[in-house]
Design a protein around this ligand. Structure first.
Ligand code: 5GP
Length: 115
């Protein structure tokens, strides 16, 4: 497992409220939310970036998407949310342990990919 802040959270070394947990992943509120709902879905396996995943991770990646949908429902934003993966520092990735951002609960600008 990775030695990032997320590795420490998953191992319980840093206390954190899990919104969801199963054997493969957790979901937690982002510490610096960009919207009323800003949840991170984090696999327990410490893959640094999306591009570092391989064929062996196929099931895990699909699972993360399914969990993201469930957590969005649980958070009341199933009708309108964005799922974001930042891959690499130049794309804004700051924690090198793969994670999905669920962003919702506010209006999104039409026709824009982000913001
Ligand atoms: P990235 O920029 O790598 O895609 O996203 C990392 C996210 O992790 C950021 O939105 C940041 O606010 C969040 N984050 C960083 N450290 C912590 C932490 O200790 N706890 C939680 N819950 N979120 C964190």
């Amino acid at each position: 497992m990775s030695d990032t802040i997320f590795g420490k959270i998953i191992r319980g070394e840093i206390p954190s409220d899990f919104l969801y947990e199963d054997e493969h992943c957790i979901a937690i509120n982002d510490i610096n939310p960009q919207a009323p709902v800003h949840v991170l879905v984090i696999p327990k396996r410490g893959i640094p970036r999306l591009v570092d995943s391989g064929a062996d991770d196929k099931e895990l990646l699909g699972h993360l998407m399914l969990v993201a949908g469930k957590v969005a429902e649980q958070q009341g934003v199933a009708d309108a949310f964005r799922l974001i993966v930042n891959n690499g520092a130049n794309a804004g990735q700051t924690v090198f342990h793969l994670h999905l951002h669920i962003i919702g609960g506010r209006p999104f600008a039409e026709g824009r990919m982000a913001g």
